[in-house]
Write a protein that binds this ligand. Structure first.
Ligand code: GSH
Length: 405
């Protein structure tokens, strides 16, 4: 067989001589041929500098040093870490305080569909029937990961056709980016422009950008106008249990997946991934006995756990290296997630395509090629809609102690 030798970054590559190929339906994959008349500019430069091939050791060590320096620089912007390489999440700048209660203001909620923290606020807003009272603008992640507003009048991609929730323009301030909205505040703003963010439309002020404060407010702060004011996702007898669960779940699961994905040293990753799967093992066991975390009552703790679980196999398992197990391998956790997903108002807040795009296409340092993987088995709508049979789990008295390990 005749052939010729070329080089891509110095490694010799045997190219077959061009020949006519008959269509063969059994051949599923064929390698495209390189054009010999139009060589890659990097190949030309490499040949000029090092002749026919660059010594592989030199190539690899040069690329490794350059990429590693660039990676650490990008990661330090994306995900601040301590000296051990452990991700340290910046604290939210605008908190609600019982000393500063809200009256009936003209409030607007800013969210992004990929964000698990913002997702919490969409779920509680929907479950409490606050849609007519608190309008929402849905930002999309831009090229650099910051939030922007795009007109979603473009044709809806096939996989999003049956989705009810899609990105929008800024309906409160008409700005192009979320940073511009934050900047409308008197005195401007130089911190991180995060979602979720609750905005006072009249005063042009950020009311709060901490998701847990916002869901507590939505749960109990607007009962006089809420369409479902009978629903209490944080009943007084369960408050302590909810707090105990939140402490464990926030550190090891909600923020735990980020501590895996944003770890900047092997040690930091090892600790995070062990703590994450230790917590998931414990939760799976607990949820084999109880329908929800606190027994038979859906609470804010379940909402917080759900928004991480629904992203687990779609994103965190692959992109954040949470690879010890897939969520689908945890029968109780997976059933529990489906149980919550099948609440119609919850399903309507989930856009699985937007979640995948948001992570795979914008977290550049973690996925420089921006390739979005195929949706994993078990994450499709049909699977999420499969019966969960959790209604039959033993119920507990509302005020019974549920052990939080
Ligand atoms: N503690 C905050 C975290 C919010 C947060 O980190 N949001 C991310 C999206 S998942 C964000 O908007 N990041 C943009 C940035 O940091 O510039 C909360 O729970 O509300």
């Amino acid at each position: 067989m005749s052939g010729t030798t070329s080089s891509f970054l110095g490694s010799p590559l045997l190219l077959p001589a061009p020949r006519a190929t008959a269509f063969n339906p059994t051949r599923l994959h064929s390698t495209p041929q390189m054009s010999l008349n139009n060589p890659n500019p990097i190949t030309t430069l490499t040949k000029l500098l090092w002749g026919q091939s660059l010594p592989p050791n030199l190539l690899i060590s040069t690329a490794r040093t350059a990429w590693s320096a660039a990676w650490h620089l990008m990661m330090s912007q994306l995900a601040p870490s301590d000296p051990t390489g452990t991700y340290t999440r910046p604290t939210s700048q605008f908190r609600l305080s019982p000393l500063n209660p809200l009256s009936r203001q003209n409030l607007h909620l800013y969210v992004g569909l990929p964000c698990p923290w913002a997702h919490r606020t969409l779920i509680v807003r929907a479950l409490k029937g606050l849609e007519d009272f608190i309008a929402v603008s849905i930002a999309s992640p831009g090229e650099d990961g910051s939030w922007e507003f795009k007109d979603y009048n473009c044709p809806i991609p096939l996989q999003d056709k049956d989705m009810m929730i899609v990105p929008s323009l800024d309906k409160a301030c008409g700005r192009k980016t979320l940073k511009e909205v934050y900047n409308l505040m008197r005195g401007g703003y130089s911190g991180r422009s995060t979602v979720p963010m609750l905005w006072d439309v009249d005063k042009k002020e950020v009311v709060c950008n901490e998701s847990y404060d916002i869901i507590e407010l939505f749960n109990s702060g607007f009962n006089e106008i809420s369409a479902d004011n009978g629903l209490d996702l944080s009943p007084t007898p369960l408050k302590k249990q909810i707090d105990d669960w939140n402490r464990i779940i926030y550190a090891n699961v909600n923020n735990g997946v980020y501590r895996c994905g944003f770890a900047q040293s092997q040690e930091a990753y090892d600790i995070a991934v062990n703590e994450l799967f230790g917590a998931l093992d414990m939760l799976d066991e607990h949820l084999g006995n109880y329908r929800y975390l606190c027994g038979d009552t859906l609470t804010l703790a379940d909402v917080c756990l759900f928004t991480t679980l629904i992203r687990f196999d779609l994103v965190y398992n692959v992109l954040f290296k949470c690879t010890k197990k897939k969520l689908i391998e945890y029968p109780n956790l997976h059933g529990y997630m489906r149980d919550i997903y099948q609440i119609p108002k919850v399903a309507a807040t989930c856009n699985l395509g937007a979640i995948m795009d948001g992570y795979y296409k914008t977290l550049f340092p973690l996925n420089p090629g921006s390739i979005r993987p195929i949706i994993p088995t078990g994450c499709e709508n049909e699977m999420l809609s499969k019966p969960h049979n959790r209604e039959s789990l033993p119920t507990v008295k509302k005020d019974a102690e549920v052990l939080v390990q």
